[in-house]
Ligand binder design. Structure first.
Ligand SMILES: Nc1ncnc2c1ncn2[C@@H]1O[C@H](COP(=O)(O)OP(=O)(O)O)[C@@H](O)[C@H]1O
Ligand SMILES: [Mg+2]
Length: 296
């Protein structure tokens, strides 16, 4: 088997200890598919905008960061990124994601972007009140950029919305219809190369907690998904151009009431392995290999 050499790019500043086992997992999975990579933090491969990448060029870059400017600079210099800069940019901003999904006909929860708030301006809770006239209470309020459920809030009334909006301040955010039947549970579908690898249902363990993120105490269980869930998960990853993705789906009562609420460009791997007994990193590496080979 030919061996391809690449880079793993990770963030310079966000580097929790748990990432060491992630890198090991990626490395071991890569080896199985005949890929090797060296790991670099985002400051270690400085690239001049508009200049060609210096030799020896890697055959691929596994871009495990959200640094969109760096990703774009690397692509312009001739490097092949997984995921691509454009797809990471679309996935990283929830409104950009939802706009693209809506454009492609993928079902999403009803969502209203909140007005832009410049630095030193104060958010007006009237915007939440207006949105709630359409979306109802309780109202989900989310920062456009966020992870682990940390920037996702629920307001029961305008007073609570005001507190949340004051906390959010100038960060971009949006209002979303609360999918009550999905309170405390969602579906995480891992998609690689246009195919579903596995899926799990995540449930929060507390009635008070409507977010099912595992980082907030949610517990996953492996789940067979319906053809419709599979279809929208694959369509969501494809709409954003992601080679690999973790698609979060909210569930209404009926089988056809499914809404993609966000798509992750760096899907969690360990919790998926622990829950589903499948290692999506292997699929990711074989997918990268097939993409490199078909570009030869
Ligand atoms: N509109 C909604 N209705 C009901 N629950 C929601 C809604 N949006 C998000 N949630 C819950 O909050 C969790 C976190 O939201 P999500 O958009 O996936 O943000 P994050 O990027 O922080 O994971 C979801 O997994 C789901 O459990
Ligand atoms: Mg999520």
């Amino acid at each position: 088997m030919d061996i391809y050499n690449g880079w793993l790019i990770v963030n310079s500043y966000y580097n929790p200890a748990k990432f060491n086992s992630l890198y090991k997992l990626l490395q071991e999975s890569a080896e199985k598919a005949g890929l090797r990579f060296s790991k670099w933090t985002s400051d270690q491969r400085p690239t001049v905008i508009g200049s060609a990448a210096r030799d020896p060029k890697p055959s691929f870059v596994l871009f495990w960061d959200k640094d969109i400017q760096l990703a774009k600079t690397m692509e312009l210099s001739g490097l092949k990124l997984f995921n691509s800069a454009e797809s990471i940019a679309l996935a990283d901003d929830k409104i950009e994601t939802l706009l693209k999904l809506a454009e492609k006909g993928v079902p999403i929860p009803d969502t209203i972007p909140a007005p832009t708030c410049f630095p030193n301006c104060k958010r007006n809770p009237a915007s939440a009140e207006q949105a709630a006239k359409i979306l109802g209470w309780p109202l989900v309020i989310k920062e456009n950029v966020g992870s682990f459920g940390q920037q996702v809030y629920l307001a029961n009334n305008v007073k609570e919305a005001e507190r949340i909006l004051t906390h959010i301040g100038e960060h971009d955010c949006h209002f979303q219809r609360f999918i009550a039947d999905s309170a405390g549970r969602d579906l995480r579908v891992t998609v690689v190369g246009g195919k579903v690898v596995c899926a799990m249902e995540r449930r929060s363990q507390s009635k008070q907690q409507f977010r099912s993120n595992m980082e907030l105490g949610g517990v996953g269980s492996a789940r067979n998904i319906t053809p419709y869930e599979e279809k929208i998960a694959v369509e969501a990853a494809e709409a954003l151009g992601l080679d690999f993705a973790g698609v979060d789906i909210l569930m209404g009562k009926e089988e056809n009431e499914r809404y993609v609420c966000e798509v992750n460009s760096n899907p969690q791997l360990q919790s998926t392995i622990d829950t589903c007994g499948i290692n999506p990193a292997t699929n990711i590496m074989w997918h990268i290999r097939s993409q490199i080979k078909s570009a030869e």
